[in-house]
Design a binder for this molecule. Structure first.
Ligand code: PRT
Ligand code: ZN
Length: 288
């Protein structure tokens, strides 16, 4: 029986928009899903299941969905038999220890004998064990940040992104326990048909090219002919840059793909070397 590949996504939350945007960049059309549990793509053999993020690892493990997009923090906490196929580079956050403002920890050993409230007991216990620390862990399902002020715990271990939530609760970042981002997972043990495997590989190839494109930008500029050598030495190009003649024969146009984060580092050098009309364009897809 031919069926579509099933992908579990968070129904409504921090990862939903970015997950759908990734699919769109992969050329996969998803119609409005707001009131539906499942949606099938019009132009790719993919069915999307919209679920609570906490349920995604188990559903993928059990084969309800073939693959899923969820935070690594949830994957590791749930201890399911799933494996990470790809880090997706969004939904980045840290699981961190935080103390009341006036009770900062000088070192990890000071955690011994303390009570820590968290929604991530497995991740925390693993961290404590690795560091030979004996502390009492209290599991709370939400509003962990109010535990110290209620006198329930000495400190907390929770997700931190900007740190604003900690600040509002008079808490302070302490040690980092776990780095997280959204990941694509599949079941460790379940097999899928050859057809579904082909669809999965196609999807992974597309995701790979979107990720690669995100890391790169297309740089265009005009330069004096005499500066070519200098400019080529400045550009951290993947391959040799494209050099084009211009109507003004003393000038050349140079085009190159560069790592996104390099642009602001080299712009002054390019200008000093005589570059003008500098344009930096996003790349939608990069097939290597
Ligand atoms: O309804 P459902 O169960 O599906 O969603 P949820 O409410 O459990 O999860 P959601 O949407 O809040 O988060 C989904 C995933 O996003 C998490 O599992 C993380 O992998 C990732 N992520 C990234 C975050 C954050 N950033 C984040 N800041 N998840 C939660 N937060 C919370 C955190 O718990 C704390 O309350 O935001 C607060 C801290 O944020 P700052 O910016 O104030 O530090
Ligand atoms: Zn959740």
């Amino acid at each position: 029986m031919n069926r579509n590949l099933k992908l579990a996504l968070q129904k409504k939350g921090r990862l939903t928009d970015k997950s759908l945007e990734l699919l769109k960049l992969c050329g996969i059309d998803i119609e409005n899903h707001s009131e539906r549990l499942t949606v099938t793509s019009r132009n790719f053999p993919l069915e999307i299941l919209f679920l609570r993020d906490d349920d995604i690892p188990e559903y993928v493990q059990d084969g309800v969905a073939d693959i899923g997009i969820v935070g690594l923090n949830v994957v590791v906490e749930k201890q399911t038999k799933t494996t990470v196929l790809e880090n997706l580079g969004f939904g980045r956050c840290n699981v961190m220890l935080a103390t009341p403002d006036n009770k900062a920890l000088k070192n990890l050993e000071e955690l011994n004998g303390k009570t820590i409230a968290t929604s991530y007991p497995n991740i925390l216990n693993d961290f404590l064990k690795k560091n030979n620390i004996e502390a009492k862990v209290i599991e709370l399902s939400g509003s962990v940040e109010i535990a110290p002020s209620l006198g329930v715990a000495d400190l907390i271990c929770d997700i931190v992104s900007t740190g604003n939530t900690l600040m509002m609760n008079k808490l302070k970042k302490s040690f980092n326990v776990f780095d997280s981002e959204a990941v694509l997972i599949r079941s460790k043990e379940r097999k899928i048909s050859d057809t579904l495997n082909k669809t999965l590989n196609d999807l992974l190839r597309r995701i790979g090219s979107v990720q690669k494109a995100r890391e790169s930008k297309y740089l265009m500029m005009n330069i004096p002919k005499t500066s070519l050598k200098k400019i080529i030495n400045i550009i951290p190009s993947l391959k040799s840059p494209t050099v084009l003649h211009l109507a003004d024969e003393n000038m050349l146009a140079v085009h190159a793909v560069i790592p996104s984060d390099q642009f602001w580092k080299i712009i002054d050098e390019l200008k000093t070397a005589g570059a003008s009309g500098i344009l930096l364009l996003p790349i939608e897809n990069m097939i290597l």
